[in-house]
Design a protein around this ligand. Structure first.
Ligand code: NAD
Ligand code: DAU
Length: 341
């Protein structure tokens, strides 16, 4: 049995990962440590909660004593660190919690991993650490780090600390840098779920700047399969980019969502741009493909429709969010962050 500490497993990608792992294999015991911030939701784990190979602990990765207790009690030998503050806009409004959870929290996990001599530490990172691309080119693992937002700067710091633990102490660290994820269970502050729910709620769809920024989209299950592979077979001390070669302009995604939901483009509202807004991300995944044999299975055109349909048929999931934390968030973002052009 592989005893894995998965952190941030009640969030979007972490919960999809745990559900996927427990469905597809029986040789893992997963301890999910999550602080249950606004983005953490135990409902995401309904299908896993009764599994005897799973347990949940509410807590903060910055809590040294708790982290130490978990490693000791469960005999943890693997760490997969999803826990993070993950939203760029929130990091622009206030950076402290990003430094705390993303940098200090990762460091506390790394120190515990060193004390308990773990067999593998997977740091889940992001393509945003590379900065922004012009119209040409792709991020490779050797692209210099050039993070532009407080969020991406905190993720880059955590990556460097993790890799330093490999270099200095020989800790078997692997790092993945993935592009923008979409799929079920994503908190509706990120582009795709926000636009779906605003369309369903007959609200305006706030497109930042000229809407021509490009992101490289990957279905969350493809990311999960890649993370699993890197965790098991990745080369210690190495970084693996993950992307599905599905570049899209924001405005085209917004129009696609409107059209799939039978609405017209006059719901779009161009608003003031995100400060420091990265223009384009695009990932070269050659390394994970050739070294580890991974390839994405989901095509954007199909998977985005499935994602929209998931939100359509899971209204109880998002209505609870919309009527709780999200409501205040939306009003505050609308009044304070992006003003009308
Ligand atoms: P999310 O915001 O949906 O979930 C984050 C989870 O971490 C939440 O459950 C939250 O409660 C938990 N958490 C936050 N701070 C914590 C702390 N101090 N201690 C314990 N738990 C804490 O994020 P996500 O989109 O699922 O992203 C997961 C990871 O993947 C992050 O590290 C993010 O940087 C990375 N990533 C995300 C994307 C993307 O497109 N969403 C792409 C590449 C990489
Ligand atoms: O690239 C990976 C990263 O992708 C992850 O590391 C982050 O955790 C994740 O949040 C995501 O970051 P982005 O900033 O790219 O995602 P977001 O969904 O916030 O925005 C996607 C694009 O859409 C970006 O160009 C900003 C734009 N946007 C976003 C929102 C929320 C809008 O135009 N309007 C909006 O309301």
């Amino acid at each position: 049995m592989k005893k894995i500490l998965v952190t941030g497993g009640a969030g979007f990608i972490g919960s999809n990962f745990i559900n996927y792992m427990l469905k597809s294999r029986d040789d893992v015991f997963i301890v999910n440590l999550d602080k249950l911030t606004y983005a953490g939701n135990l409902e995401n784990l309904k299908e896993s909660e009764a599994n005897s190979n799973y347990t949940f602990i509410k807590g903060d990765i910055c809590n040294f004593e708790l982290v130490d207790y978990i490693f000791n009690k469960f005999g943890i030998k693997h760490v997969i660190n999803f826990a993070a503050e993950s939203h760029v806009d929130r990091s622009i409004l206030g950076s402290e919690i990003f430094f705390q959870s993303n940098v200090i929290g990762t460091n506390i996990l790394l120190e515990a991993a060193r004390r308990y001599q773990v067999e593998r530490f997977l740091q889940i990172s992001t393509d945003e650490v590379y900065g922004s691309l012009g119209p040409e080119g792709l991020f490779t693992e050797t692209t210099p780090l050039s993070p532009n937002s407080p969020y991406s700067a905190s993720k880059a710091s955590a990556d460097m600390m993790a890799l330093a633990f490999h270099h200095t102490y020989g800790l078997p660290v692997v790092v993945t840098r993935c592009s923008n994820n979409y799929g079920p269970l994503q908190f509706p502050e990120k582009l795709i779920p926000l636009m779906i729910l605003n369309t369903l709620g007959n609200k305006k769809l706030p497109v930042y700047g000229d809407g021509l920024n490009v992101r490289d989209w990957i279905y969350v299950i493809d990311h999960n399969r890649a993370a699993e592979l890197v965790w098991e077979k990745g080369n210690p001390g190495h970084v693996y980019n993950i992307g599905a070669e599905q570049e899209m302009k924001n405005i085209d995604i917004v129009k696609l969502i409107l059209s799939h939901l039978g609405k017209t483009d006059d719901m779009i509202e161009y608003v003031k741009d995100r400060p420091g807004h990265d223009r384009r991300y695009a990932i070269d995944s050659t390394k994970i493909k050739t070294e580890l044999g991974w390839k994405p299975e989901f095509k954007f055109e199909e998977a985005i429709k499935n994602t929209i349909d998931w939100y359509l048929s899971n209204n109880q999931w998002w209505e609870r969010i919309i009527n709780g934390a999200y409501k205040d968030y939306y009003i505050s973002m609308y009044q304070n962050f992006y003003k009308h052009k």
